[in-house]
Design a protein around this ligand. Structure first.
Ligand code: RIB
Length: 342
């Protein structure tokens, strides 16, 4: 059982105030002999400051709560790495929560983090979140006067802190890359279309089609859930439609990898029979049997930036409703080849 400050004071027969000042390196009038006695006794009794008590005294636990939506997805573990790396630089801590893509779990996590007295919260909302659900999260955090940042997923027309990627640009880069090398029948397996980031990727895809004079065919668009399984289901659905598809743009790598498994199990060659583009650039992409062409999101930088925002806000150095937008990047690998149209 860890010793308390009071127990160290009793063991040294000195006041709690004196012991606290010595153990917290605060200046105080204490003899060299007593200082050494306090330090030795605390070490022998395995005393460590109770961070909750420290937080109550200092008014800040220097801890960030991070809520992500799908801990199985490497994208979010990379986001968490960025948050944790930045917190480490400032000697802050992180409490990581997973919502399994359920809004109810988002709310449960937010309540728990507020009750734990974190100094700020980074919310990567569940993929089922509608505008109303996000507003419920925002209203709760505002009512609790809890500093927060929406990371990656957000809703428009709200003056809140946001760190995100330009997904219109990302969707455009994916489609433009395929169109530039001759693909014309390009299908999509989107993320949940209730999410703004998914709507933006589709907007970028349509913008590229328009620039090449290729008509938009909604029948080539299948809605996925950003999961491996929905990638398998999405590609199967597209093949059942009977179109002669040149390429498929998946709105994240997990779905693209699920689809690649489905295609390879049926002897459909990537890219000879079908080109495949993903989105995120999770670390496994380059090690796949057919390395995946994808759109890179600077996700660790995004995590760092979100944590930095909250830490600086705690110090009064950052505005509450700042938006930081990162640029996506096309990463060309072997899952795409040129298409010689008949
Ligand atoms: O892979 C998970 C997806 O959900 C990413 O593209 C990220 O942007 C989030 O929206």
């Amino acid at each position: 059982m860890r010793a308390t400050l009071k127990q160290v004071a009793e063991a040294t027969n000195l006041s709690v105030t004196t012991v606290s000042q010595v153990l917290n390196n605060r200046s105080c009038r204490v003899s060299k002999e007593n200082r050494e006695r306090i330090l030795d006794t605390a070490k022998k009794m395995k005393y460590r400051p109770n961070q909750v008590a420290v937080g109550l005294v200092k008014g800040s636990t220097n801890t960030i709560g991070l809520v992500i939506s799908d801990i199985r997805n490497v994208f979010f573990s990379s986001l968490a790495k960025g948050v944790e790396d930045e917190c480490q630089r400032h000697n802050w801590n992180v409490i990581l929560c997973n919502s399994n893509d359920r809004h109810a779990k988002d709310m449960q996590n937010l309540r728990m983090l507020v009750d734990k007295g974190v100094s700020g919260i980074i919310l990567g909302m569940a993929s089922e979140s509608t505008g109303e659900m996000v507003q419920e999260c925002i209203d709760f955090l505002e009512n609790e006067d809890m500093p927060y940042i929406l990371a990656d997923r957000y809703i428009e027309n709200r003056q809140v802190g946001i760190v995100c990627v330009d997904h219109v640009r990302g969707g455009y880069l994916a489609a433009d890359h395929l169109l530039k090398i001759g693909h014309r029948t390009i299908a999509c397996v989107t993320g949940p279309l209730n999410l703004y980031d998914s709507q933006q990727r589709l907007e970028g895809y349509r913008k590229a089609l328009e620039e090449y004079g290729v008509p938009y065919n909604p029948d080539l668009i299948v809605e996925g859930k950003y999961t491996f399984e929905s990638g398998e289901q999405g590609i199967e659905c597209l093949f059942q439609k009977g179109y002669q598809i040149d390429a498929v743009f998946f709105f994240n790598d997990m779905m693209a990898i699920g689809a690649m498994k489905w295609l390879q199990a049926r002897g459909i060659r990537i890219p000879e029979d079908l080109s495949v583009v993903g989105y995120d650039d999770i670390f496994v992409d380059e090690f796949l049997s057919v390395p995946l062409t994808t759109i890179r999101q600077p996700v660790e930088q995004l995590g760092c930036a979100a944590a930095k925002q909250l830490i600086e806000r705690k110090k009064g150095d950052a505005k509450k409703d700042e938006r930081i937008t990162f640029a996506p990047e096309l990463i060309e690998r072997k899952s795409v080849i040129a298409c010689e149209h008949p």
